[in-house]
Design a protein around this ligand. Structure first.
Ligand SMILES: NC(=O)c1ccc[n+]([C@@H]2O[C@H](COP(=O)([O-])OP(=O)(O)OC[C@H]3O[C@@H](n4cnc5c(N)ncnc54)[C@H](O)[C@@H]3O)[C@@H](O)[C@H]2O)c1
Length: 337
């Protein structure tokens, strides 16, 4: 009998396809056993493509496929509900970013995973890149001194056709706007580097270039729990897109990253950039959501399977992934005052 982890996936769209490609080609010790999508044509196509069974009913899928791990690649607003059902069926949950759009649903998901003793992981692929990890480690160890400022800018382009192609995109309940979908990578990177945000001091959210119910342009000023300050600029109106940047500085150093690629890093008056064994990676996605590097995904999926086998927390667990949605929640609350 095989000891391979039994893997299933819900959400047979673009990102589901990328996950399955990684599972099939790069994961030893894992056996893909089934897929699920509420659209029969998509479930069938992906099931046939990968030679596995497919379901359209999520509850039946969970009870009939005998999974160890569920990958959630459905629209964001369904993540927590599907994760809770999986956890209650004893299945470990690896969820695409963000964990959900609603903090109380995320709290219920974390509680369900704790109660059922299953792992919860979330894909934030920029955290899986070595150069960015080196910078984060130095900051966490206090080598940058007291952090004074951490700002991010994600100036991307998405066409109206992109939003119109799938009925969930650009909706408040299932997707969110430039902050929740595209910007969340930078929001997560920001709180990973500088810690949680205590308060939002200014938030200008607007919809300027698309016919949408959510923001496509946002400028936000935050105060971190540490006392540091930061600015977030997130948009899907910038054509051609500009690089995705994080800049952080403290009393003893500074760093700048384009995506997950370190472009400046200095501590204590010394240039540390050239001492990094690996400066990291540009992840892409600025204009084309599918032109992205999958190196971080591969690393995180591998880490998650190991975490399940070794009974440890994964690289990005539920509590870590909650922090960026908490920030999102604070931004939306401030903007609606
Ligand atoms: N990490 C990244 O860089 C990255 C990139 C793209 C997307 N994502 C995330 O992946 C998720 C999916 O995005 P996508 O671009 O693949 O979307 P998509 O529209 O291409 O795919 C979503 C699929 O889910 C199916 N679906 C919808 N509701 C469902 C339900 N209730 N039950 C089962 N299936 C359902 C749809 O039919 C569709 O096939 C989103 O949360 C998104 O934020 C992450």
């Amino acid at each position: 009998m095989s000891n391979a982890l039994r893997i299933g996936l819900v959400g047979c769209g673009g990102m589901g396809n990328e996950h399955l490609g990684i599972v099939r080609s790069a994961m030893t010790g894992a056996q893909l056993v089934g897929v699920c999508d509420y659209r029969a044509d998509r479930a069938e196509r992906m099931g046939r493509q990968h030679g596995v069974a497919y379901w359209t009913d999520f509850t039946k899928f969970l009870h009939e496929a005998c999974l160890d791990v569920l990958h959630i690649c459905s629209p964001t607003g369904y993540h927590a509900a599907q994760g809770i059902e999986a956890a209650n069926a004893g299945v470990h949950v690896l969820c695409e970013k963000p964990l959900d759009l609603d903090l109380s649903r995320i709290d219920n998901l974390i509680a369900a995973c704790d109660k059922n003793n299953v792992r919860l992981g979330c894909i934030f692929q920029r955290r899986a890149v070595r150069g960015a990890q080196e910078v984060q480690r130095a900051i966490a160890a206090g080598e940058m001194g007291r952090i004074l400022s951490c700002s991010v800018s994600i100036k991307w382009w998405r066409s109206q056709e992109y939003y119109d192609k799938d009925d969930w995109r650009g909706t408040r309940s299932l997707d969110g706007g430039a902050l929740a979908n595209q910007g969340i990578h930078s929001l997560d990177q920001m709180v990973w580097m500088a810690g949680p945000v205590e308060a939002v001091e200014f938030a200008h959210l607007d919809t300027v270039s698309h016919d949408l119910e959510v923001e496509d342009f946002a400028i936000v000023v935050v105060r971190f729990t540490s006392g540091a300050r930061g600015v977030i600029e997130a948009t899907t109106c910038c054509k051609p897109d500009l690089s995705t940047r994080l800049e952080i500085f403290g009393t003893q150093g500074s760093a700048a990253l384009d995506d997950a690629f370190v472009v400046r890093f200095g501590l204590d008056g010394e240039d540390r950039l050239n001492t990094l064994p690996d400066r990291g990676k540009l992840m892409g996605g600025g204009s084309d959501p599918w032109a992205i590097s999958l190196a971080g995904h591969t690393e995180q999926i591998r880490d998650f399977y190991s975490a399940v086998i070794e009974h440890r927390e994964p690289m990005v667990d539920g509590r870590a992934a909650r922090v960026s949605v908490d920030l999102l929640d604070k931004i939306y609350r401030h903007a609606s005052k």
